[in-house]
Design a protein around this ligand. Structure first.
Ligand code: G6P
Ligand code: ZN
Length: 542
């Protein structure tokens, strides 16, 4: 029986997409009508899906499979011509972006809460990507949100569940459903971009790597690419089987959550190269033997060396970073004569620059790097570009970093997160500091002098759209900076992010927290974080 049913519903408060789609506790999404309302609002917000082709997939977290069945039935009910789904409902975020592009689909629905834990009591998320493969811009997410506030019904096909494990084509009502291998197209793209023979030779020569998939979506991708196609020793990819609750872990590739990998890389028999990716495969962490690379430094190194990979041999058109990301890449751009853009936090802000051919490489301090090959950040892409650079130069990660700093100087960088603080306290802290910005010029604290203080607003150079209040940016004389903003991806209370940096052009061996101590002290004097939140320090330091 395949009958379209129209179900009466009412707006549900709070279905407002944040930095990266709608993220809530899984149980919130599991409430009757919650997912359905939002999916219908996507269809309504983008002007309907009649006759359109969509890609659907997710990171395999708890509720992924149920949500996909609902989305398929709702796509069929609203007249989509075809939906392309990753086998078992799996697609990494970058692979979904690629699939939208190579299949010329009209858009896609990606189910993920990225690096947030998964499970019935953890997080779930959903976002819409456009025909260019990138996250919907603010104009579209605003239309979707408006649709959630105006909704009166949703349409769904009354039908049995589809078997998502069987590759091939079937029908759901009048709609075609094609189930594809989630890895193949993506792996083919990687082979085109990178010097696989050089990386193969490196690995065959005894270079050892460890990739921690953190029980998340990149497992199957990494096994296929690193072990099968490039010849890394079997077992080089660990935690390779995606599980609905990510093995009970927190699939965020940073020194805190990827501690076992860090311990190994700083241990006695460390491999040459370590890397990890997050829940949905768009983030990355790079660590050499005894040498952790900050995401901001990684972006700078990749920008300086991308030409060593076949996909970028012609050079870069430009680079872009999110505003809170360190200025390390700006120094590379200046040295190489490349345009360099600073956008608000959120990968969606890179889309126009990539589409317009104004930037080739982009990156964020939040462990995302990517290029114009897709319209999402891409964890394995970053790993492969690093391996390509190491293979061609013959250097270790530590050597690459030392040489990079010697050439461009070192930007010491750290992010301090204060998690789950009371929303009102957090808002007041930011509002109060914002109100003071105008009078801060010349303010000094132990030798640091403020030379610029702004409430960052971005005017997109391609479409002229303006995004205001994207973070408070305070620059000190001599190249130090602090940025304060509230996270747009949390699901509980507010998370205050404090981004700290300081440039040094001759002393490269300091501990970042020590190097940044004056900036940290100045920030406390300015914003009174400890005093206002009652916290003695940040919850997470990256
Ligand atoms: C997601 C987005 C990124 C963003 C990150 C942190 O991963 O895709 O673009 O940098 O979240 O966002 P937040 O608002 O929590 O700082
Ligand atoms: Zn992610």
């Amino acid at each position: 029986m395949t009958e379209i049913t129209r179900i009466a519903t009412q707006p549900i408060a709070g279905q407002k997409p944040g930095t990266s789609g709608l993220r809530k506790k899984t149980r919130v999404f599991m409430q009757a009508g919650y997912l359905e309302n939002f999916v219908q609002a996507i269809w309504d917000g983008i002007g309907g899906i009649r006759g359109r082709v969509l890609v659907v997939g997710g990171d395999g977290r708890f509720f992924n499979d149920r949500a996909i069945q609902t989305i398929l039935k709702m796509a069929a009910a609203s007249g989509a011509a075809k939906v392309i789904v990753g086998q078992n409902g799996f697609l990494s975020t970058p692979a979904a972006s690629n699939l939208i592009r190579v299949r010329g689909a009209d858009g896609g629905v990606i189910l993920s809460a990225s690096h947030n834990p998964g499970g019935p009591d953890e997080d779930f998320g959903i976002k819409y990507n456009m025909a260019n493969g990138g996250p919907a811009p603010e104009s579209v997410t605003a239309a979707i949100f408006a649709a959630t506030e105006a909704i009166g019904h949703y349409d769904i096909l009354e039908a049995g569940d589809l078997d998502l494990s069987a590759i091939g084509t079937s029908r759901l009502g009048a709609m075609e459903v094609e189930i594809v291998d989630p890895v193949t197209d993506y792996a083919t793209l990687m082979e085109k971009l990178f010097d696989f023979p050089a990386i193969k030779a490196l690995l065959a020569g005894g270079f050892r790597l460890r990739f921690d998939a953190m029980h998340a979506i990149t497992g199957p991708y990494a096994v296929e690419i690193l072990e099968r196609r490039l010849g890394a020793a079997p077992g080089s990819v660990v935690n390779a089987v995606p599980s609905p609750d990510f093995g009970g872990g927190h699939p965020d590739p940073n020194p805190v959550w990827a501690k076992p990998l860090m311990d190994e890389m700083y241990g006695e028999s460390a491999p040459d190269f370590g890397a990890a990716s997050d829940g949905d495969g768009d983030r990355n962490m790079i660590v050499g033997r005894g040498a952790y690379v900050t995401p901001s430094d990684s972006l700078a190194v990749l920008a300086a060396n991308a030409h060593l990979a076949p996909g970028y041999a012609g050079g870069l058109k430009g680079v872009a970073r999110s505003m809170p990301t360190s200025g390390a890449v700006d120094r590379v751009a200046a040295g190489m004569g490349l345009p360099c853009f600073a956008t608000p936090t959120g990968w969606k802000f890179f889309g126009n620059l990539l589409d317009a051919g104004m930037a080739t490489l982009c990156g964020e301090e939040s462990a995302g790097t990517g290029s114009d090959h897709v319209r999402e950040k891409d964890g394995l892409w970053a790993v492969l570009l690093w391996l390509n650079i190491l293979a061609v130069t013959g250097k270790s990660v530590a050597q690459v970093m030392e040489d990079h700093w010697a050439e461009f100087g070192r930007t010491y960088y750290s992010r301090h997160d204060y998690e789950a603080i009371d929303s009102e306290t957090a808002n007041r802290l930011v509002d109060d500091l914002r109100a003071e910005l105008g009078g801060l010029m010349g303010w000094t604290h132990e030798g640091l002098v403020i030379e610029e203080a702004e409430d960052f607003a971005y005017t997109d150079p391609v479409d002229g759209s303006v995004s205001a209040h994207q973070g408070l940016q305070i620059r000190f004389r001599g190249g130090a900076r602090v940025v304060l903003r509230l996270s747009g991806t949390g699901t509980e209370g507010a998370t205050l992010r404090v981004y700290l940096e300081r440039f040094d052009d001759n002393d490269f061996g300091q501990d970042p927290q020590a190097a940044l101590a004056p900036v940290i002290a100045a920030t406390e004097a300015l914003a009174g974080i400890g005093k206002r939140t009652g916290r003695s320090g940040p919850d997470v330091i990256t």
